[in-house]
Write a protein that binds this ligand. Structure first.
Ligand SMILES: Nc1ncnc2c1ncn2[C@@H]1O[C@H](COP(=O)(O)OP(=O)(O)OP(=O)(O)O)[C@@H](O)[C@H]1O
Ligand SMILES: [Mg+2]
Length: 311
């Protein structure tokens, strides 16, 4: 699984420390005993970097980090051996608390990080200082609350002006604004694609919708993942259908991020190989429980099983 020599950077503007509390059940007016808790350094760009590392590549995760939660994220990434370039910021990195009972999950999102414009400039400086022409930048996830979606456009614009290949995986206005700057690729799921188009889509309308997006915004690679139905990808002017693999589903968390990681890792080398690796990484991630992403041995086993048809 050799990748190109170029480096892949990821950008996570809105990381969080996810704290999973495992409880038997939630009861009113009584103390709930937490049997165990686990923290996870969460971020969609960080996940892309994790997967690239797992499949044998090198990637650096750029992210603003602040306060004790930021410290904890650094510490955890050190432990995992994920390379990162942190821009230290004043405000606390957000925390999500996830209460997990045997039956249900309750997600609580604590107030988010605030970045000053000076701190945002530092992120841009980090991009300028570390990423070179021909490298790839994957910008994923939301922006901190209160941030204008135009900042996503700014990131794409600056990166493109330096000859960096930019892939964007975000939603809503952030995706719309980023798309206007013609990134090299985007990876919406079906819901994100509908929101970008501003209309609901039936399955048979997806290929024409993808062409429309590619043409309207001047985006070369449009990767649309369809959950258990696989993916449809437009790249190099051709439309491909990637059939899903039948595996036992443990948790789909991070499947889309894994897809994008596999794709960018091999994109320069061979498009068909990139699509196979993308689907193999995503499927292998689905096979692992909770937040655990793909395992290399599963990816290697699945890679040759992926079926791709040109449409
Ligand atoms: N239930 C499933 N069974 C088999 N494969 C799946 C399943 N769900 C996801 N996948 C695989 O993962 C890929 C990406 O999934 P999906 O479309 O759910 O991404 P996503 O919504 O962007 O996910 P996320 O942003 O949470 O990482 C799919 O193209 C498919 O290969
Ligand atoms: Mg996604």
């Amino acid at each position: 699984m050799k990748g190109g020599t170029k480096m892949i950077f990821t950008l996570t503007m809105n990381p969080s420390l996810d704290r999973y509390l495992y409880v038997d059940k939630l009861i009113e007016d009584d103390t709930v005993r937490v049997e165990k808790y686990e923290d996870y350094a969460a971020g969609k760009g960080i996940d892309v970097s994790r997967v690239i590392k797992e499949i044998g590549g090198t990637s650096v995760a750029i992210s603003p980090l602040g306060g004790e939660n930021g410290e904890k994220i650094s510490f955890m990434l050190d432990g995992e051996g994920v390379l990162y370039a942190a821009v230290r910021v004043k405000s606390e990195t957000r925390m999500n608390v996830i209460v997990q009972t045997p039956k249900n999950q309750y997600r609580m999102s604590l107030p988010g990080q605030n970045l000053s414009s000076a701190e945002f400039s530092l992120i841009m400086d980090m991009i300028n200082a570390t990423i070179r022409e021909g490298d790839t930048l994957v910008a994923s996830g939301s922006l901190p609350t209160g941030f204008s979606p135009s900042l996503y456009a700014k990131i794409v614009k600056v990166a493109k002006s330096k000859g960096i290949k930019v892939y964007v995986d975000t939603d809503g206005e952030n995706l719309k604004e980023a798309a206007k700057e013609s990134p090299n690729g985007i990876k919406p799921n079906i819901y994100e694609l509908s929101r970008l188009l501003g209309r609901e889509l039936k399955t048979d309308e997806i290929p024409s919708a993808i062409r429309e997006i590619s043409r309207t915004y001047g985006i070369e690679d449009v990767l649309v993942t369809l959950g258990k139905s696989g993916a449809i990808v437009f790249s190099d002017g051709k439309m491909y259908k990637i059939n899903p693999l039948d595996v036992k589903v443990a948790s789909t968390v991070g499947a889309g991020d894994s897809f994008l990681a596999g794709f960018v890792y091999k994109r320069e080398e061979s498009l068909v190989e990139a699509l196979k690796l993308a689907a193999a990484c995503a499927t292998a991630t689905v096979m692992t429980p909770g937040t655990t992403l793909c395992l290399r041995k599963d990816v290697e086993e699945l890679e040759d099983k992926v079926k791709i048809e040109e449409m």
